[in-house]
Design a protein around this ligand. Sequence first.
Ligand code: SF4
Length: 402
Amino acid sequence: MRIHGKEIRDNSLGIYVHIPFCQKKCLYCDFNSFAQLNISDSGYIDAVLKELAALVQESPVLFNKKLETIYIGGGTPSLIEPYTIKRLVSSINQTCPASNPQEITIEINPGTVQRDSLSAFRDAGVNRLSIGIQSFNDTMLKILGRMHSPQDSVLCYEYARKAGFDNIGIDLIFGLPDQSLKDWEQDLKKTVFLKPEHISTYNLTIEQGTPFFNLQKDNRLALPPEEEQVFMYEHAITNLKEAGYNHYEISNFSLNGFESRHNLRYWQCMDYIGLGAGAHSYVASLDRNRQGKAPDWGMRWWNENNPNLYMEQITGIATAVAGKEILTTKEAIEEGIFLGLRRITGIDTDWFSKRFGWSLKDLHAHKITQLKIKGMLYADHDTLRLTHQGLLLSNEVFAELI
Ligand code: SF4
């Protein structure tokens, strides 16, 4: 049944800046990041700022939205000199007419920062850190090909606190080669002991083109069996909840009020602009090439991945868009379901109807009933969300619904 709803348009914006530099490529990583790039930090940031300035000029209506979050991710953004980060943040604030970011995050890797550099990031306006610790177990870190030691991680965390950061996230990975449940419990224990405001726990996935992919193909990667990985995830949920963390997204936990505002934008289908090599953007409410005119269901575009080509194109024509697509109603709805169910509170059915003009339960009545019978979904008048069982097997639920 098509209902009379009107689309919900929010009036805010987030900016993601991609920094593609890394010291060395980790063995599991398929992110758009490169070791030994012959590009200066400062030249790269110049390109990012030129890209932004051109976008603001091209789509003034879009940039009249309130800029609420800036997220500097990578790669390893902490390899960039703090004064360059300061120039980046202040230039974004100056270029975007409605800039008022409450959250400015930078991803950092242990071993790449000192106390002084963290203080300088804080002076630059950064108010949230996301530290890629991944594991506190030295053997695991070596298996992953990480550059840092567990001691580097603890030191980095202590420096961050001393530098005045009161919003710190720690990233962990589980399901690692040769990792036992006990190893994972230790990682969780050590993380909780540090009391970060935010914890992300990602299940290792083996991506094509990575050294791990080849090792797995040759049967040389001893990953824990799938049931054990599910058990590890369940363990994280139980332990982190017991420690006072709110489980708010499939892989994310936070103390009250410390959810990642920037990442919540992704899960709530809100607008974000990605700057830099390989960065993706999504705008629900405006087609950047048809100012003021709403596209069917949102538009997505992405930049050239190769940092050298990105810089060349930006230097030449101030854009490095490699592709774009306008979402169809079907794609937008599927994305709304997929992203909405990632949040533990699930999908507000009223929001869904208003945004898409369709009742979620009418669209998928049969599948929802089936998944409810299997104990994977909970649905009442107001919400649709994953149950505990659904969380453990979320990929199955998504495959069923989408
Ligand atoms: S530091 Fe992060 S982005 Fe860089 S190679 Fe390792 S996992 Fe990938």
